[in-house]
Design a protein around this ligand. Structure first.
Ligand SMILES: Nc1ncnc2c1ncn2[C@@H]1O[C@H](COP(=O)(O)OP(=O)(O)OP(=O)(O)O)[C@@H](O)[C@H]1O
Ligand SMILES: [Mg+2]
Length: 280
């Protein structure tokens, strides 16, 4: 009788221990799932806020750009007229007219620079509605990268492309997507002023396609990496700081995700995740 009682107690204890262990495991699993859900939700909220802020910045910039464009055109025209007038006088006082011409040229190039920045803002403010369809990433890169070859040669940048043949079609607007990739490629080229290696890779990752754009350029400081996607953040004397903000907006609107890993002095890699086309 005592033996049976002992056996029942041991059995109860073992059963209790294993159910306790099972409970602990379940709680741990659920906590991890909840944590990742909270993080994903935070990321989406952040992306939404960023998109709203960009939409406001974009429409404000577009209005300002419109207001400035006309007076800028008239200044440009007047500069040209003064230049022509100076040419007519050039025989009477050659030395000073040449000095004036240099000043005019400088003013002309500054006006041109403002004009370019305005064009960029206007383009940003009026991002056209995207026309998405099933798209081959390999096809897009093969077509567009060819046009970049002269620039890459000039900058002594070696391009390596690896396209995973198993990457299915993505659901995307080719022109917008290329604009996003081109911004990343331009930045990569800028980060390698003495030349370097640019790599473009694609691969399949579950229900998404992944694109990696890497350079072995100057990389970024922690501060730069933190502000990377903030509109108007730039470390370049001639940059608008809108390139990456625009890129992120395009990728977000495509239901994708963009991340960057970087190491000062070693280079940077941008990873872009894109949803696959239905049935792909
Ligand atoms: N591949 C990279 N390597 C190092 N720094 C980078 C890289 N890509 C972006 N950056 C940093 O992020 C900043 C913001 O980039 P973004 O493309 O938004 O603007 P920009 O390149 O400065 O100006 P714009 O795109 O108008 O020419 C850059 O000024 C640079 O400091
Ligand atoms: Mg840029």
């Amino acid at each position: 009788m005592l033996f049976v009682l002992f056996f029942v107690v041991v059995w109860l204890l073992t059963a209790f221990r294993s159910s306790h262990y099972y409970l602990e495991q379940t709680v741990e699993r659920r906590t991890a799932a909840l944590r990742s859900e909270i993080e994903e939700r935070k990321r989406l909220e952040h992306a939404k806020l960023q998109a709203e802020r960009l939409a406001m910045v974009g429409s404000m910039a577009a209005k300002v750009a419109h207001e400035i464009r006309n007076p800028l055109g008239s200044i440009s025209l007047n500069l040209d007229l003064i230049g022509e007038e100076l040419n007519a006088f050039s025989n009477s006082d050659a030395r000073s007219s040449e000095e004036y011409r240099v000043l005019l040229r400088e003013m002309r190039s500054q006006v041109l620079r403002i004009h370019q920045v305005l064009q960029e803002y206007l383009r940003f403010g009026r991002m056209p509605k995207s026309e998405r369809a099933a798209l081959s990433l390999k096809g897009l890169f093969e077509e567009k990268l060819n046009f970049l070859q002269p620039l890459l040669d000039e900058k002594h940048v070696q391009l390596t492309k690896t396209f995973d043949p198993h990457v299915p079609l993505v659901h995307a607007d080719p022109e917008q997507l290329w604009e996003a990739f081109l911004n990343l490629i331009r930045n990569a080229i800028d980060a390698m002023p003495d030349g370097g290696n640019l790599t473009v890779n694609t691969k399949k990752n579950g229900a998404t396609a992944l694109v990696y754009i890497s350079d072995n350029g100057r990389g970024m400081t922690k501060d730069e990496a933190r502000n990377l996607f903030v509109p108007f953040f730039t470390t370049k004397s001639d940059g608008t700081g809108l390139g990456l903000a625009h890129t992120q907006q395009i990728i977000n609107e495509h239901g994708g995700k963009i991340d960057c890993t970087t190491s000062p002095g070693k280079g940077s890699t941008f990873a872009i995740q894109l949803p696959l086309a239905v049935g792909a």
